[in-house]
Design a protein around this ligand. Structure first.
Ligand code: ADP
Ligand code: MG
Length: 585
C-alpha cells in the first residue's frame, strides 16, 4: 500500500466529492436492505392469514399492498442513489487519472536526453496509458466496491444477527471461501490477459512493419515466408486467448455454485431451525435467501478488488520510480540571464556516460557575438556533440564552456534555450501543417513572418507549389517532403525565432550547392548580430565563415579561415581539392 500513498494528495484534493460519494453509498445500501425485511413480513402475513391469525382478507391485502409499495419505493431510491454513487466516485477516479497523466507527461518534458536513451518508447507510452489506467481502477472502482461491500456487509450482518444469530453464522461461512476463490481467479485472469496483451502488441508490431516495408517485401518476393511467420504468430496468439477464455469462463459458474450452496444452507438449516422453533417464522428463511444473494456479489468483489489493488500497486510503483527521477540537466539559476551571443570552449572534454566514448577532448575555441563559425570534420568527429553542449543538452565532463563570459551552468536554462535556433542533423517535422511546423520556433508568428522565414530558407517556392501551400499537412497521412525540403523547413523554423545563437547541424547536406549558397547569403543578411555555428562536411558551407575549426576524433586538428586553411597541407585542403574536382563548391 506504501506505493499508493502517492495518490493521497489527489484524494485530498477531491475530498469533498469523495465524502459525498461515501455518504450516498451508505444511504443507498440502507435503502437496499429494506427489501428483505419487507418480504419476510409479507410472507409472514400470508402465513398468518392461512393460520387464521389474520382473519380479514382486506387486512392482508392492505398489508401486502403497503409492503409492495415500500419495496418499489426503496428500490427506486436505492437505484437513484447507486447511480449518484457511481457518478461521484467514478468521476473522481477520472479526475485523478487526468491529473496523474498530466503529472507523468510534465515529468517526461522535464527529463533530459539521457533518460530517453535508456528507456524504450513502448515502456514510456505504457506508463502514461496502461499504468495510469491500472491506478485509476484503484482510485475509483476499487474504493467504490470496498465501501459498498463494507457498508452492505455491516448493515446486513446487524439486521441478520438481530433476526437469527445461529442461522447468520451458517450463512456467512461460504462467503470468505468465495472471496479467496475469486481472488485466485482474478489473478489467473490478469496473468493470462497480460500474455494476451503481449501477443497483441507483437502482432501489431509485425503487421505494422510489414505495411511500412511492403515495397521491400514485394521487391524481394517474400510474401509467402512473411505470411507463414504471421500465421505462426497469430496461432500462438489465438492459443493464449483461448487459455484466457478458459479461466474467464469459470468465473460465473463458480459464483452461481457458491450462491447455490449458500441458498441450500439457508433452506436446510433454516428449515430445521423453524421446525425446532429456533426461528420464529418461515418469512425469515425467505429474508435470508435474499441477504445471501445481496451479499454474494459484494463478497466476490473483495477478491476482485484485492487483485486490482495489487496491480495498481505494481503500476504505481513504476510511476513513482519514474516521477522521482531527477533530470540530469538542472536549471541552477532562476534569475533572467539574457544571452548576447559569445561562446568560448576552454579545454572541454566530453564523455558519453552510456558508451564511455570520449566525443570531445581538450577542445578550445571561441566565437564572438555576431560571428560565424564553421565546424568541419568526418562523421563521428564530435561536431554534433559541440552543438549539444552549447544547448546544454549535456554538461561537459571537464573543462569550461562560457556563454557571454559566464559558465553555461550559471545561465538560466530557459533563457539559454530561448536564445537558440537549432537545426538538428536529422530534421524532425511534426505531423501538422507546414505553417505550424515553421511557427513551432515562434508560436505567435504572423503569416508574413512565416513566409519571410521560408523565403530565407529557400523553401517558399517549393511550398507554394503544393496544392494547399502552407496548410499542407506533413507526415504519415500527409505529404512526404524530400530530405532537402525537410532540412529547409527546419531551417525556417530556426530563423523565424530570430535567436541570438543559430546552430546548424549539417542541415544543408541534402541541399544542392547553389541553394546552399543562397541560404547562406540570406542568413548573412538577416543575422548580422547572430552568432552562427555551421556544422558541415562540405567546404562550401564554411567558405565565408569568420572562423573554421576542423575536428577529428574529438580533437581540433586545424583552425583558421578558409583562405588560410587552403594554403596549409591538411584535412581542410584535401577536402577542398577533392570537392573542387567534384564541383561541389
Ligand atoms: P559528428 O556529429 O561529428 O558525426 P558526434 O558528435 O555525433 O559526431 O559523435 C561523436 C562521437 O560520440 C561518436 O563516436 C559517436 O559514436 C559518439 N556519440 C554520439 N552521440 C552519442 C550518444 N548519444 N551516446 C553515445 N555516444 C554517442
Ligand atoms: Mg553529427
Amino acid at each position: 500500500m506504501k506505493e499508493l500513498q502517492h495518490l493521497n494528495k489527489y484524494f485530498y484534493k477531491y475530498r469533498k466529492q469523495l465524502t459525498i460519494g461515501i455518504i450516498i453509498t451508505i444511504i443507498a445500501r440502507i435503502f437496499l436492505l429494506f427489501t428483505p425485511r419487507l418480504i419476510r413480513e409479507s410472507i409472514d402475513a400470508v402465513v398468518d392469514y392461512e393460520e387464521g391469525i389474520i382473519t380479514e382478507k382486506s387486512v392482508l391485502k392492505a398489508e401486502l399492498l403497503e409492503n409492495i409499495l415500500l419495496i418499489i419505493g426503496a428500490a427506486i431510491i436505492a437505484g437513484i442513489l447507486t447511480f449518484l454513487m457511481r457518478q461521484t466516485i467514478i468521476n473522481v477516479s477520472r479526475y485523478i487519472e487526468f491529473d496523474l497523466k498530466n503529472e507523468v507527461y510534465q515529468q517526461y518534458q522535464r527529463l533530459s536526453l539521457n533518460f530517453y536513451k535508456s528507456n524504450r518508447t513502448g515502456d514510456l507510452m505504457n506508463r502514461i496509458s496502461e499504468d495510469v489506467g491500472k491506478t485509476r481502477m484503484y482510485a475509483g472502482p476499487a474504493i467504490m466496491y470496498s465501501i459498498n461491500t463494507l457498508t452492505l456487509f455491516i448493515i446486513a450482518l446487524v439486521y441478520m444477527f438481530n433476526v437469527a444469530p445461529t442461522l447468520t453464522m451458517y450463512t456467512i461461512i461460504p462467503l470468505p471461501i468465495l472471496s479467496v476463490i475469486i481472488y485466485r481467479l482474478s489473478r489467473a485472469i490478469h496473468k493470462r490477459s497480460t500474455i494476451v496483451q503481449e501477443y497483441l502488441s507483437k502482432l501489431s508490431t509485425f503487421t505494422q512493419e510489414s505495411f511500412s516495408g511492403i515495397s521491400v517485401i514485394k521487391a524481394y518476393g517474400i510474401e509467402n515466408p512473411t505470411n507463414a511467420s504471421f500465421s505462426v504468430l497469430s496461432n500462438e496468439s489465438k492459443q493464449k486467448q483461448i487459455d484466457l477464455t478458459k479461466v474467464q469462463a469459470l468465473f460465473f459458474p463458480l459464483m452461481l455454485l457458491l450462491i447455490g450452496i449458500s441458498n441450500l444452507t439457508v433452506i436446510y438449516i433454516g428449515g430445521k431451525q423453524y421446525m425446532s422453533g429456533e426461528i420464529a417464522s418461515i418469512g425469515i428463511i425467505a429474508e435470508f435467501i435474499i441477504y445471501v444473494n445481496l451479499l454474494t456479489w459484494p463478497v466476490a468483489t473483495v477478491g476482485w478488488v484485492t487483485s486490482i489493488v495489487k496491480q495498481a500497486e505494481a503500476s504505481q510503483k513504476r510511476i513513482n520510480e519514474f516521477l522521482s527521477e531527477e533530470p540530469a540537466i538542472q536549471n541552477l539559476n532562476e534569475n533572467p540571464t539574457p544571452v548576447k551571443g559569445s561562446i568560448e570552449f576552454k579545454n572541454v572534454k566530453f564523455v558519453y556516460d552510456d558508451t564511455n566514448i570520449t566525443a570531445l577532448n581538450n577542445v578550445s575555441f571561441s566565437v564572438n557575438q555576431g560571428e560565424t563559425l564553421a565546424i568541419i570534420g568526418k562523421t563521428g568527429s564530435g561536431k554534433s556533440t559541440i552543438l549539444d553542449l552549447i544547448g546544454r543538452l549535456y554538461d561537459t565532463t571537464s573543462g569550461e564552456l562560457l556563454i557571454d563570459g559566464r559558465p553555461i551552468k550559471e545561465m538560466n536554462l530557459v533563457d539559454l534555450r530561448k536564445s537558440i535556433g537549432y537545426v538538428p542533423q536529422d530534421a524532425f517535422l511534426f505531423s501538422d501543417s507546414i505553417k505550424n511546423n515553421i511557427k513551432f520556433g515562434k508560436q505567435k508568428a504572423s503569416e508574413d513572418e512565416v513566409i519571410t522565414a521560408a523565403k530565407n530558407a529557400a523553401v517558399h517556392d517549393n511550398i507554394v507549389d503544393f496544392a494547399k501551400g502552407y496548410e499542407t499537412i506533413l507526415g504519415e497521412r500527409g505529404i512526404t517532403l524530400s530530405g532537402g525540403q525537410k532540412q529547409r523547413v527546419s531551417i525556417a523554423r530556426a530563423i523565424i525565432k530570430q535567436p541570438q545563437l543559430l546552430l546548424f547541424d549539417d542541415c544543408l547536406s541534402a541541399v544542392d550547392t547553389e541553394t546552399e549558397e543562397q541560404i547562406l547569403n540570406n542568413l548573412y543578411a538577416i543575422s548580422q548580430n547572430t552568432t552562427t555555428i555551421i556544422v558541415s562536411h562540405r567546404v562550401s558551407s564554411a567558405k565565408n565563415a569568420d572562423k573554421i575549426i576542423v575536428l577529428d576524433e574529438g580533437k581540433i586538428i586545424q583552425q583558421g579561415t578558409h583562405d588560410s586553411l587552403i594554403n596549409i597541407d591538411g584535412y581542410y585542403k584535401e577536402l577542398y581539392n577533392k570537392q573542387l574536382s567534384e564541383k561541389e563548391i
